[in-house]
Design a protein around this ligand. Sequence first.
Ligand code: NCD
Length: 359
Amino acid sequence: MKHLIDPTDLTKEEIDQIVALAEDIIAHRERYQGSMAHKKLATLFYEPSTRTRLSFTAAMMELGGNVLGFSNPQNSSVSKGETVQDTVRVVGCFADIIAMRHPIEGAPLVASEVSRVPIINAGDGSHSHPTQTLTDLLTIKRELGHIDGITIGFCGDLRFGRTVHSLIKALSRYKDIKVVLIAPDELRLPDYIKQDVCDKMGVAYRETDSLDDAIPELDVLYMTRVQKERFLDEDEFDRVKDSFVLDARRMALAKEKMAVLHPLPRVNEILTEVDDDPRAAYFRQVENGKLVRMALIISLMEWKNDPAHGMPEHDAPILNPALHCTNPKCICNNEKHESRFRLAENGITRCWYCDSKVR
Ligand code: NCD
């Protein structure tokens, strides 16, 4: 069964196929209108969302399908203590495909292990957000005409920003990508992305705390919101919340063709004076999110039982009772799941569910 839990669950060819299908949907919208007739998408949102949930809903509706689900787990059996796995076993009896957002990292992964229908991770904690990645790739393709060869700057909260982690993973499969990481010390990109993705895949990156210095060389500037809800320490959030602001003065330093992306919602990191700049692509990006989710739903439903589109093979997990994941937001510390680990780059052992370093 093909699920989308992490961007690396898709091969580069599958990503390109989904992006190409989205472009075909743009060109021939009418051809796809009834393609999901009598099919149902369940949206299980355990965490707030406007864009992602509504864009999944709109995507399924445009394909002629139906949508059910919840956006507030307090109104579901979750509030009675039901596990994620039991919930998807039940929902799989009603729906043909499930999109799940969860504040706990690894929740969509454990869901996929028991589900009889495809699971799409619509964001798990600070960990992954692969459908935003597809949105971002389609946006880069439409704005610049190509993905290979770009220099992309990620600015703001690179530590908790799951959209950043997922997009870097996907871009590492493209040619000649250069990454500039623009963040204060407290919000730097986690080591596992630097080591297991950039170093391993040969992605050139550099770190800076100056947006002014970085902006002139960028083809894409990916702005992010400081993720208030992920901080365990409120003082730390207050210290970094206004770290980087994109304004007209800074836009004047950028290339004429640079594209500004932001997964939204923005708080104050892009001033509204930038919105009318033709390089501001973030509202076009929202529309692309719906189109690419239409393409993803069609693809996963087609690939569901096709052995040519299975899940990637991984080494067997390490089961060592002496090791413990210390991430309080990992599924293994919130529900009863076997502790599992994997050996990553540089001899580091990481949690199977959330990628935290355990040794
Ligand atoms: C992002 C998310 O939820 O991670 N938003 C989104 O999906 N459009 C980014 C954010 O919340 O800042």
